[in-house]
Design a protein. Structure first.
Length: 123
């Protein structure tokens, strides 16, 4: 996970140091409309919000207003999904820092092989 290409291009000529991409543990969430980052990832990246978004989670009864960030999602050094609007939200003690939502999944084909408990994601 890293700052968006647009943010890098805007800040670099101004002499502003932009954080390097950070390794995060992520889970694919076909129920999530958007990609979600926990606050620790946002803090490590040192990025500023570019707006807000309302979300409803399985554990809330009313919409929450969350900060939204412009990021790049790195699946490897060779493949990145650029300029994603990710939402910052606490994830309540789960062992991952990011939900990969349908905003990214809509660009790919997700195949789940249940008997083998394996998935493939092809872009």
């Amino acid at each position: 996970m890293g700052p968006s290409r647009e943010l890098i291009n805007a800040l670099t000529p101004l002499g502003v140091r932009v954080a390097s991409p950070q390794l995060v543990t992520a889970v694919i969430d076909t129920g999530a409309h958007s990609t979600v980052l926990n606050p620790d990832v946002v803090s490590r990246l040192g990025i500023k919000p570019v707006g807000v978004a309302s979300i409803v989670t399985p554990s809330t009864t009313a919409a929450l207003t969350c900060n939204r960030y412009h990021v790049n999602v790195y699946f490897s050094e060779d493949f990145v999904v650029e300029n994603v609007f990710a939402i910052e939200a606490r994830m309540g003690g789960v062992p991952y820092q990011c939900l990969i939502g349908r905003d990214i999944l809509r660009l790919a084909t997700l195949t789940y092989a249940g008997p083998r408990n394996q998935f493939t994601l092809e872009f």
